[in-house]
Design a protein around this ligand. Structure first.
Ligand code: LMR
Length: 415
């Protein structure tokens, strides 16, 4: 139960207010002075019954003086396993920076409301100074309000006997609704990172339903695959993983993804000069990276959560910290105008670099040899088929779903 208006207007401290309320409200801290009644009811309207603000006027200015303007980060699937790792990394400052205060806007479902309150309580109990506010809700139009970033983790996993086309349909509908909500509520320059699978096509659906937000701002998470590839190169070469650079993933976050060993470097040298074993690259390294998600599910009985959260943090940092000279990072982005001849209108993973301003460009100097070209084409064809299966969700006429009834694997966890 939230504090009632009288308690808030009387400026009761959160602790005092709690003593009159048996179930603690989900809360949080805000930079603002006590909220004026009109603003308060506005805030309540915007965030539902879960949100509270309280007076932080007396906090130590020497701590906050050099801080940037608070960044608003919306997270969907906020009570799930991935978010349970990610939210604490975000709140600690290790992702956006130690001078970057953050407001977390968490989206759950009716079913996960209680769990979401638990998440907010744990965030509160962690005493992160940079965490200025947490709000939770079940309406994406509210939760995405003015968001600078939207981390879209929530999606349904494929159930027994479900075809991939069914998964695309079910999750596609979620991303259609959430895309529309982003379009209406989020900041006009919101950066959107889709994690929920099938993430490339889900990102495409969100993007096509959010014409007010630049197409360039939509990302699908392939950083997890990049990290997995770096790990394998480090293990095989006996070099520490920080010596691996230019390790890029092309295409879909699926079993057709292309971990690019051709352009990768180890200790500044071509990976293929350090590991002189093309058979290993093609027949072991490539499938090992592409099938890693499935291998993990077999061990855990659920999909990867901690390493996915770490890779989301890495993906965000790649956009807010300048890319090291000569290096790149992988992210699934709109293929429009790409320098490699990949069909336009797909969310496709490319090697990218950033100046650290939230924007990026696709690297244009990667060698695409015949082997890479054929693999990239297969992933491109798969994404085109996925797109046709969701044509009705993206305002495209006449698509037909060739995936239905076909032998389908696509998401790494589904092989
Ligand atoms: C992963 O790569 O670990 C996940 O995308 C697997 C899955 O199917 O959820």
């Amino acid at each position: 139960m939230a504090l009632n208006m009288k308690q808030q207007q009387a400026g009761l401290s959160r602790k005092a207010a709690r003593s009159v309320s048996s179930r603690a409200p989900v809360v949080v801290r805000a930079v603002a002075a006590p909220v004026a009644p009109a603003a308060e009811s506005e805030a309540k309207k915007a965030y539902g019954v879960f949100r509270l603000s309280y007076d932080t006027q007396n906090e130590d200015a020497s701590l906050t003086r050099s801080w940037k303007k608070t960044v608003k980060v919306a997270v969907t699937g906020a009570s799930g396993n991935i978010a349970n790792h990610l939210l604490f990394m975000l709140a600690s400052g290790e992702v956006y920076g130690k001078d970057q205060p953050i407001a977390l806007q968490l989206l759950g479902s009716e079913r996960s409301k209680e769990a979401l309150e638990g998440v907010a309580m744990e965030l509160e109990d962690s005493l992160y100074p940079l965490l200025r506010e947490v709000s939770i809700g079940t309406d994406p139009y509210d939760v995405f309000g003015d968001a600078d970033w939207a981390l879209m983790i929530g999606a349904k996993p494929r159930g027994p006997g479900m075809e991939r086309a069914d998964l695309l349909q079910q999750n596609g509908e979620i991303f259609q609704v959430q895309g529309r909500a982003l379009n209406e509520s989020a900041s006009r320059n919101c950066k959107v990172l889709v994690v929920g699978n099938p993430c490339n096509t889900n990102a495409l659906i969100a993007m096509e339903n959010a014409p007010n937000i630049p197409r360039k701002n939509f990302h699908a998470l392939t950083r997890l695959d990049e990290n997995r590839a770096k790990c394998q190169l480090a293990l095989k070469s006996g070099k520490f993983y920080t010596s691996v650079s230019r390790m890029s993933i092309w295409g879909n976050h699926s079993t057709t993804q292309v971990p690019d060993f051709v352009n990768a470097r180890i200790g500044g040298l071509p990976a293929t000069d350090v590991i002189r074993d093309m058979k290993w690259f093609r027949e072991e390294f490539t499938p090992k990276v592409a099938l890693r998600g499935g291998a993990l599910i077999k061990k855990w009985g659920r999909s990867s959560a901690a390493s996915t959260a770490v890779s989301v943090a890495d993906a965000i940092r790649s956009l807010v910290v300048p890319t090291a000279p000569g290096d790149c990072f992988s992210t699934g982005v709109i293929s429009d105008g790409n320098p490699y001849g990949v069909r336009e209108g797909l969310i496709f993973s490319f090697p990218c670099r950033s100046k650290g301003d939230g924007d990026y460009e696709i690297c244009d100097n990667f060698i695409v040899d015949e082997w890479l070209r054929a693999k990239i084409r297969a992933s491109e064809d798969e994404l085109q088929k996925e797109k046709e299966c969701v044509s009705h969700l993206i305002g495209m006429m006449g698509g037909s779903c060739a995936l239905r009834g076909a032998e389908d694997t696509t998401v790494p966890g589904e092989n």
